[in-house]
Design a protein around this ligand. Structure first.
Ligand code: URA
Length: 262
């Protein structure tokens, strides 16, 4: 029998009290996550930064403002999704998370995910992507390709902060969020469901939405958006995929099937 889900408030209370690692000593407060408790899309970032540590909410700085714009491209509002991080406390000076910190913090993200039970997990950047997919393949290769962790569809995308430092990543980010919107609508259509709130087909779609779903990072345009958007996690060989209705990922796009979440 499967384990019962822990209510989010109980997980939050545990996070608030957490002293499992030394990051607890340097934090102003923990950053549990925010959003719709039964969201269809769980967004997973890396760790709180300075603003997040002060305000107790993920993605509230410049990267957060940009994330809100990117969500709109997918037809999502911030309140439609749930936003969390791999780490719940700010690493000093915004340094990279350490493996032992990730390991100690992981149970919280695992329980959040089990309770929220999203259809899609969008991993932002290298840390959350490598952690959730248990892979060493980097975000440059994986962004915009559909993967799977346990029962969850995983869609890696560059971290919004990366585009703030390196403007050349903006196009790929925006294409990938447009593709996410396509994937949500395709999934609605496949299940015969009315479009869910926040994925209602009114997304401001970026040109070439599916280019990155097709595993062509940063590709500017592709004529057929939906044919190559990977609506299901299994990689089909490039080529006849569109005709067969199967999602396509080119041969060069790695396909990761991580059997267990986290
Ligand atoms: N970057 C992250 O990964 N998470 C945040 O909450 C803020 C910035």
């Amino acid at each position: 029998m499967s384990k019962p889900h822990i209510p989010l408030d109980q997980i939050r209370a545990q996070v608030t009290e957490c002293r499992r690692c030394p990051l607890a000593d340097g934090r102003t407060q923990t950053v549990f996550g925010v959003g719709n408790p039964s969201a269809r899309v769980l967004i997973v970032g890396e760790a709180p930064g300075k603003n997040e540590d002060l305000q107790g909410e993920p993605f509230v700085g410049a990267a957060g403002k940009y994330l809100n714009e990117l969500l709109a491209i997918a037809g999502l509002r911030r309140e439609d999704v749930f936003i969390a991080n791999v780490l719940k406390c700010r690493p000093p000076g915004n340094r990279d998370p350490r493996p032992e910190e990730i390991e100690l913090c992981a149970p919280y993200l695992r329980e959040q995910t089990r309770t929220i039970d999203p259809e899609f997990i969008v991993t932002l950047g290298n840390f959350s992507t490598k952690f959730i997919l248990k892979t060493e393949v980097g975000i440059t290769r994986l962004h915009g390709t559909m993967q799977r962790a346990g029962k969850f569809k995983v869609f890696p995308i560059f971290h919004p902060a990366a585009a703030l430092y390196d403007g050349s990543k903006r196009e790929a980010l925006e294409n990938d969020f447009a593709t996410l919107g396509e994937l949500l609508r395709e999934s609605d259509a496949a299940s015969g469901a009315a479009p869910a709130a926040g994925a209602s087909g009114n997304a401001a779609s970026a040109p070439g939405a599916a280019a990155s779903a097709a595993g062509a990072p940063g590709a500017a345009s592709a004529p057929s958006a939906t044919a190559s958007a990977a609506g299901a996690p299994s990689a089909a060989p490039a080529g006849g995929a569109a005709a067969s209705g199967e999602p396509s990922q080119p041969d060069s796009a790695p396909h990761i099937e991580q059997p267990h979440l986290l």
